[in-house]
Write a protein that binds this ligand. Structure first.
Ligand SMILES: C[S@@+](CC[C@H](N)C(=O)[O-])C[C@H]1O[C@@H](n2cnc3c(N)ncnc32)[C@H](O)[C@@H]1O
Length: 247
């Protein structure tokens, strides 16, 4: 059973095509970039996989096998419903306690999920699962400016107080035993199309069913505010992908 806030966040993301911002074209480019660094077929893990959107893309682009883990049962059920016979193993569980053998994974892919457990924790824990020279690709929100506006800075303090700049992400990765290979940012247009637009439709459907003053009403209001702030301050922060290799 999740904390009521986490459960409400899971509920507003049910049946959304993605549970966070993402860009299939950019993901395909990054998969092509890491392909020569991996053995064939690669053993892969999608950490915080949501409904497995990236896991399916990984299989298409890189073949091999994906373990797709998420602690939200409704998302894992969505993944299971989409599965035909792709070599994807859905796991309902904590992405920091996967129980895979140490040094057994070639590629860890994680979109928009590492921040939930703290990027430091994720990078440290996942490093022990990776084979030497194994690759980690993660995405997260980042500041594009050293001095973000007070309004948006205050909002992110409550949503993800550990949001960092691109440079700080790179330095941290190097400090934690990874070689930095590449960073790419996602455009605002893609963020809207992949996440906020479908999310707004979902909130419009949900809102009339929710009583005011409830936790769910607060979560809906906060999601709307997040999108509104992105409209105004999307030049000050955004989503970036980091490609790292275990040393
Ligand atoms: C922003 S969503 C991204 C989901 C998916 N990667 C995507 O791009 O659609 C973050 C995901 O991380 C999952 N998550 C958060 N903390 C987790 C944990 N400790 N273990 C497993 N999954 C977790 C959430 O349930 C959610 O599906």
């Amino acid at each position: 059973m999740h904390d009521p806030l986490i459960q409400a966040l899971i509920d507003i993301h049910r049946e959304l095509p993605r549970k966070g911002p993402g860009d299939d074209d950019l993901s395909r480019q990054l998969m092509a970039y890491v392909r020569p660094l991996l053995p064939a077929p690669p053993r892969m893990v999608d950490m915080g996989c949501g409904n497995g959107h990236s896991a399916f893309l990984l299989i298409k682009e890189l073949r091999g096998h994906v373990t797709a883990v998420d602690f939200a049962e409704p998302f894992i059920n969505e993944l299971k419903r989409r599965l035909v016979n792709e070599p994807i193993t859905p796991v309902l569980g904590d992405m920091l306690k996967l129980g895979l053998e140490p040094k057994s994974v070639d590629l860890i892919w994680s979109e928009g999920a590492a921040f939930a457990v703290g990027i430091d924790n994720a990078l440290k824990t996942w490093s022990s699962l990776l084979k030497p020279q194994g690759v980690l690709v993660y995405s997260d929100a980042v500041w594009f400016t050293p001095e973000p506006s007070a309004e948006v800075s205050a909002f992110w303090q409550t949503t993800d107080p550990n949001i960092r700049s691109v440079g700080e992400n790179i330095n941290r990765a190097e400090r934690l035993g990874y070689r930095f290979l590449a960073a790419h940012s996602m455009t605002q247009t893609v963020w809207w199309a992949s996440y906020y637009d479908p999310m707004k439709k979902r909130l419009d459907q949900l809102e009339p069913t929710v009583s005011s003053g409830t936790l769910m009403a607060d979560v809906i209001a906060s999601a709307r505010r997040e999108a509104e702030l992105f409209k105004r301050y999307g030049h000050e922060y955004g989503y970036a992908f980091f490609v790292l290799q275990k040393r």
